[in-house]
Design a protein around this ligand. Sequence first.
Ligand SMILES: C[S@@+](CC[C@H](N)C(=O)[O-])C[C@H]1O[C@@H](n2cnc3c(N)ncnc32)[C@H](O)[C@@H]1O
Length: 211
Amino acid sequence: MDQGLKGALGLNGPEACLAYYRDWAANYDSGFAAEMDYMLPAHVAAAFMGTGAGGPVLDVGAGTGLLAEALRGMGFRAGIDAVDFSAEMLERAAEKRIYDHLIRADITRPLDLPRRYVGIVSSGTFTAGHVGPEALPQLLAVSLEGAQFALSINRRVWSDRGFDRALEDLSAARRIGDLHLIEVEIYGAAAARIDADHAADRALIALFRAG
Ligand SMILES: C[S@@+](CC[C@H](N)C(=O)[O-])C[C@H]1O[C@@H](n2cnc3c(N)ncnc32)[C@H](O)[C@@H]1O
C-alpha cells in the first residue's frame, strides 16, 4: 500500500485529507479494507439495523461505499445517499451503484441539502486527522425530527476532540435524545500483521435520535 492508515490518521486539515484520499481511493478497498480486515462499516450497519430505522439515509464520509454495501448486505432496501468531499472516493462508490445520490460536500460546513433524512450513518469519518464534533449541527440540520443516527467515533478522539462534551450538550439542549454507545473493534485479526500500532483500535458507535 502506498497510502495507509498511519498516514491517514496523521492528517492535519482538509486540504491534506483531500490530497490523501485522492491517491488512496484506487486501492482503499482491496488494500486497506481487505488487508486490515476492516470491520467497522459492518458494525455500524448492524447497529443501525438493530434500531429498526428506515430511510432515506445519509452516509456521512461515505468514501468508497463500504457502509452502504454492508447495509444492503443486511437487507436494507430504502434509499441511501452518500456525502463525501473526495471526488475520487465518490467515483469508487458510484461504480457500486448502491447510492441514490452522491453529494460532494464538506460536512464541517452547512450542507446545501433539504431536511429529509430519517437515518444518518457514518463509519471511519470521525477519527484522528479527520472530522470532529463540529459536523454534528450540519447533520442535525438535514435530519427530520426523530431521525436515527449511528455514527462511529474512534476511541482515540472521543475525549480529545470533545465528542463526549458535544453529545452531552446536545442531549442537555434536547437537540438529540436516546443516546447510547456501543464499543466495537475496528479491525479483525489480520490487522496485527499489517499495523500493530492500530490493530487493536476501538470505536464507539453513538446511537441517538434527532430531537
Ligand atoms: C476512513 S474514510 C471512511 C470511508 C467509509 N465510510 C468507510 O468506512 O470505509 C473517511 C472518509 O471521510 C471523508 N472526509 C474526511 N473529511 C471530510 C469532510 N470534512 N467532509 C466530507 N468528507 C470528509 C474522506 O474523504 C473519506 O472518504
